[in-house]
Ligand binder design. Structure first.
Ligand SMILES: [Zn+2]
Ligand SMILES: [Zn+2]
Length: 200
């Protein structure tokens, strides 16, 4: 399984950054998770990374904050057929594509869903802003098996012990304690920005 970061607050050279998050999960189907805050920048990054927007099967929106959903319109100019899975589509863990699950809507306001993708090495958890609390999201994800990797926006998450045992940790976007996470888990930490590719 391959995960390509298409939108983030930071970008590799030649790609556009913006406040928000988006990534493409390329497994048996191609799932676009979130769309960043600007469709033009998102589609610029699609093109630069040689990803055909028409190849996307489904769009999953983590939660209804502008920095995760405002790029949708720009994407839909290129692909209006991909089914959109809205944040509150499910109230519990649900398989939305072969081997790829939504945690279901968690937390209060805003309700937020995260992705759990089954990869060869273990499960990968992908978060938008992790507003419900990354520890809560991981609890739900663990019901599907051991978590191998977690990446996305961790927001104010500070219970760093909860990351113990995870092999790959990629905090990005709105993560406030990125440096502390890197200091505590230097071997597991991976730098995530637009253009980063994680193969699991
Ligand atoms: Zn956000
Ligand atoms: Zn948010």
């Amino acid at each position: 399984m391959k995960i390509t970061i298409l939108y983030d607050n930071n970008a590799n050279p030649g790609l556009k950054s913006g406040w928000g998050f988006s990534c493409l999960v390329d497994s048996r189907q191609k799932i676009l998770f979130d769309t960043g805050d600007n469709g033009e920048k998102l589609m610029y990054n699609f093109e630069k990374l040689n990803i055909d927007p028409k190849s996307v099967d489904k769009v999953v929106l983590s939660h209804n904050h502008w920095d995760h959903v405002d790029g949708l319109e720009g994407f839909q100019r290129f692909n209006s057929k991909a089914k959109v899975v809205h944040p509150k589509a499910f109230s519990q863990t649900t398989e939305i594509s072969p081997g790829i699950y939504s945690t279901g809507a968690l937390g209060m306001l805003p309700k937020e869903q995260s992705l759990v993708a089954k990869a060869e090495k273990g499960n990968v958890v992908i978060t938008g802003c992790a507003h419900p609390g990354l520890d809560k999201i991981l609890q739900v994800a663990k019901k599907l098996g051991q978590v191998y990797a977690v990446l996305g926006g961790f927001h104010g998450f500070s219970k760093l012990d909860e990351l113990e045992g995870i092999q790959l940790i990629g905090p990005c976007h709105c993560t406030q304690h990125k440096q502390q996470i890197k200091d505590k888990y230097p071997d597991e930490f991976v730098e995530i920005k637009v253009g980063s590719v994680v193969e699991i």
